[in-house]
Design a protein. Structure first.
Length: 212
């Protein structure tokens, strides 16, 4: 056992070292809808809405966070294809907490890598602010370069009408996900293995002492 634990640790750490660069990626970008007249919602007020429509509004990336691996570029002139994302359907029907249908988001990175994100559930809806709403959807994302493979992702939609119902709507969303470092899981596993080994050794010593 004394030989097995260090050997196992070395093997796990070596494996983690090889795979960390491939899996320690994250997605972190923000998008805004730039055609306010194309935005609408279903319901008496925005905060009481059951659906939000992005119909006809280009969705433009306005920011990316540190380490973002989406391959997107924040809005700049001249425009380039990897500044936009698409939604299908453009109507997000979240009802009172359940998606009426999955929402698919796609984008193409500057190097041609194609990302497909499928949002399948409503994680949270914040209706506390009058004439505003924040909806958090959850799902997974994958890409053709296999940087991400069914990786958990969150989509946070924020919309508001500062002047109340019937006035212009401002909407944006953020997209975030992070893949845990394999080395982190390895260290946790080794920690539990070490505790288990220590407990076994202590039990063995106690039994030996009682036998004497």
């Amino acid at each position: 056992m004394k030989v097995l634990v260090p050997a196992l640790a070395a093997a796990l750490i070596a494996t983690a070292g090889v795979s960390t660069s491939a899996h320690a990626a994250l997605i972190d970008f923000g998008v805004t809808a730039i055609a306010a007249n194309s935005l609408s919602y279903a319901g008496p007020t925005l905060n009481a809405s059951t659906a939000f429509q992005f119909d006809g509004s280009p969705l433009v990336v306005v920011s990316t966070g540190p380490g973002d691996a989406s391959g997107l570029t924040p809005f700049a002139f001249p425009t380039t294809p990897n500044m936009f994302v698409s939604l299908s359907p453009t109507d997000i029907m979240y009802g009172m907490g359940t998606l009426a249908s999955d929402v698919t988001k796609k984008w193409t990175a500057g190097d041609g890598d194609v990302f497909t994100e499928t949002l399948t559930s409503v994680k949270e809806i914040d209706r506390l602010t009058p004439n505003a709403i924040t909806v958090t959807l959850a799902g997974t994302v994958s890409d053709t370069d296999s940087i991400f493979k069914g990786t958990p992702v969150e989509f946070i939609l924020s919309a508001n009408q500062v002047r109340g119902p019937g006035t212009a709507i401002v909407a944006s969303f953020t997209n975030t996900t992070a893949v845990p470092e394999p080395a982190t899981w390895v260290m946790l596993a080794l920690g539990f293995a070490g505790l288990g080994y220590a407990a076994v050794r202590r039990s063995t010593r106690d039994k030996a002492a009682l036998a004497i």
